[in-house]
Write a protein that binds this ligand. Sequence first.
Ligand SMILES: Cc1ncc(COP(=O)(O)O)c(C=O)c1O
Length: 466
Amino acid sequence: MAIDRRSARPLYRQVYEGYREAILDGRVRPGQRLPSTLEQLVAEGYFESRVGAGTVVARSLPDERRPPLPPDPDRAPRGRRRPRRLLPRGSAIRLRAPEPWLGGWGAFRVSQPAVERFPVAVWSSLLARHSRNPLARMLNYGDPMGHRPFREAVATYLRTARAVRCEPDNVMVVSGSQQALAITARVLLEPGHHVWVEEPGYRGARDVLSLAGARLAPVPVDHEGLDVTAGMAVCARARAAYVTPSHQYPLGMTMSASRRLQLLDWARRTGAWVIEDDYDSEYRYESFPIGALQGLDRDARVIYIGTFSKILFPSLRCGYLVIPLDLVPRFVAVREAMDIFPASLPQTALTDFINEGEFGRHLRRMRALYADRRATLVEALGQELGSDLSVIGDAAGMHLAVTARPRWPDHVVALRASQRGLWVMPLSSCYLGKPTRRGLVLGYGGTTAVEIPSAVHRLRRVIAPL
Ligand SMILES: Cc1ncc(COP(=O)(O)O)c(C=O)c1O
């Protein structure tokens, strides 16, 4: 046993590890006498001590030589070079090559709000308020639907700001849209069920639906949003449709009223579910916010999902589901099996943040800020790249899409841009099937109006040689 007296690791630890390894690789055999009582090895069952017989290696250990432990557990032992076989479920999501445009934070990165403008001082004082003298109730297990006062605040907000028809009993607090989708899929879908997804669309949703065993049916979107007629032609038997009607991700159009009614009609006739992802609808710059699709639903077919990732900050991991009442017990059962209930402290702080007016103030400030950033970006794109790229979609949200000529090498642009610290997403990466549009998706939530013109200029230098 190699003992190093100069090592930072304590001697007892070295002796313990030395014996443990010697036993595991068979250098010390069951029943072999040992010098002293090493309590830890006795407690773990490697040694046994008998009155009168001293301490020996436990006789119950298998008497065989094992290959030595590899120095690094991630290095496969010899003879196991082939990848291990995984069950189909574990490999439901295709492993993708690394996408450099998602590799950093900075200019044009999508899903990045203006975190530097979040009122951190207010937020930390609210967290402190609830941490200092917490009620015992708040330290214990909580309601699987979420903290009741928080659900009341969310329901009031959704009724007034988003025209969602809901009461606190419909609202389940979750750790973000992603968990909302995971629970929804578990409740409403069997493996093998078909689900309409927008083409192009949001990969986060596709992945979680695939993980639940759903078969994705990509349905094209046009200037009115999801093409319901095309959906019926592609897959009339789908059990659900996942849509972003307020601000299509990534193209940015709003689903028209006639398409909304057509989708709800299809769902009612076929018994399908509509999963509405209302991820950034608070921000519209040239008109009032458009009410949620859920508010038009007369048949309790819509599962509504919202998130605080865009309006506040993504690491909060807080979102909500609005669930038709008859489905609530099923959603609760799945939720309890997943993570039991959402963490209480952020919910108590958020309740005050909303009820004390901070949320409304922050929203108003951010709406003005993002409107300015968007206008600056549109202007700079027009000046620098107007002949190559056209801005599409409505003036809303925190990102915009630009389209280019067919076969424009958007992947190459995004790759080269990422090498210059510009995080633009190629539009073609948002397609499940063969891309029918080429272009870029540019986030402006986390890019200041001062930075934008020079960043667009740098982007032009990337694009020009192509
Ligand atoms: C379409 C869409 N939905 C939802 C989200 C937010 O997901 P989460 O609430 O899990 O952070 C995003 C973030 O990029 C998104 O683009």
